[in-house]
Write a protein that binds this ligand. Structure first.
Ligand code: ZN
Ligand code: ZN
Length: 266
């Protein structure tokens, strides 16, 4: 029995139980596969299939969502899946594309579409390619100052400048088509070996659009602003941790943990 035989028999019995008559369309099946990859994102998209609710009866898509979440951990071994069938469109594979790390095959069109959302194998979740964020268009510069930061008396200072002009939000942002407010930010690192290493990692994060995002400013409360995206920066050279400044003996370690959480390592 294949993975999708198991699914369809489950869905069949479930739909009988719920006394519903609508059959599952290929695109809903398609959504179920994607749902397994990223339940949070796809719950939104599944809701477009949601039938009207009758009284307090659970809707079919709610039942499916509950089923998918419950069953994600116990998804069948990929080896059980019939290799001739594309697990995304549930048809015989056309224009076969085999992923190089895990060896799973799909229709080229299906897997290309799935990778546009997240570069993970839909069956075994092997990661392909770097994580890319939704940071808007901007620039990152760095320069050296001869003065030292508190706690790093024996070296100069790396000064990083980020510049984001105002712009219009794209489809990847919270309010596509609406304007957003840009920002100019400055950050400081000691100009020693570890500081230069962190600078290299921060450049990598910036190039992968991970350093900033668009959302509500924590300081002004204003929405649709370019804001930090979870990678701590020292925006002041002095004042200690409470002022986002130095001295802070654990900062270089902490920022590398922030970066690693986003897949940015040496
Ligand atoms: Zn396919
Ligand atoms: Zn795979």
């Amino acid at each position: 029995m294949t993975f999708f035989d198991k699914y369809s028999s489950y869905l069949h019995s479930r739909s009988e139980y719920l006394n519903t008559t609508t059959s599952f369309t290929p695109s809903l099946n398609n959504m179920l596969v994607l749902f397994l990859v990223d339940p949070v994102y796809h719950t939104d998209r599944l809701s477009c299939f949601r039938p009207r609710r009758h009284g307090n009866k659970t809707s079919k898509s709610e039942a499916l969502a509950a089923f998918c979440v419950k069953d994600k951990a116990s998804a069948p071994d990929p080896k059980d899946v019939d290799k001739k069938e594309c697990s995304i469109c549930l048809s015989v594979i056309t224009n076969k594309k085999t992923l190089d790390k895990c060896g799973h095959s799909f229709c080229a069109h299906c897997i290309d579409q799935a990778f546009e959302h997240t570069k993970k194998c839909p069956l075994c979740f092997t990661v392909y390619g770097p994580l890319i964020g939704n940071q808007p268009k901007g620039n990152m510069f760095d320069s050296i100052r001869s003065t030292s930061l508190p706690g790093f008396g024996s070296c100069g200072t790396i000064v990083i400048s980020y510049r984001f002009p105002n712009g219009i939000q794209g489809l990847e942002h919270p309010n596509p088509g609406k304007p957003y407010e840009g920002t100019d930010r400055r950050a400081y690192l000691p100009d020693n070996w570890e500081g230069r290493k962190v600078l290299g990692l921060l450049k990598k994060a910036f190039n992968q659009k991970l350093t900033f995002t668009i959302g509500q400013s924590r300081t002004t409360g204003k929405d649709n602003c370019v804001i930090w995206n979870g990678i701590h920066h020292k925006t002041s050279s002095t004042g200690g941790p409470t002022c986002f400044g130095y001295p802070d003996p654990v900062y270089l370690k902490r920022v590398q943990e922030d970066l690693a959480a986003k897949g940015i390592t040496e």
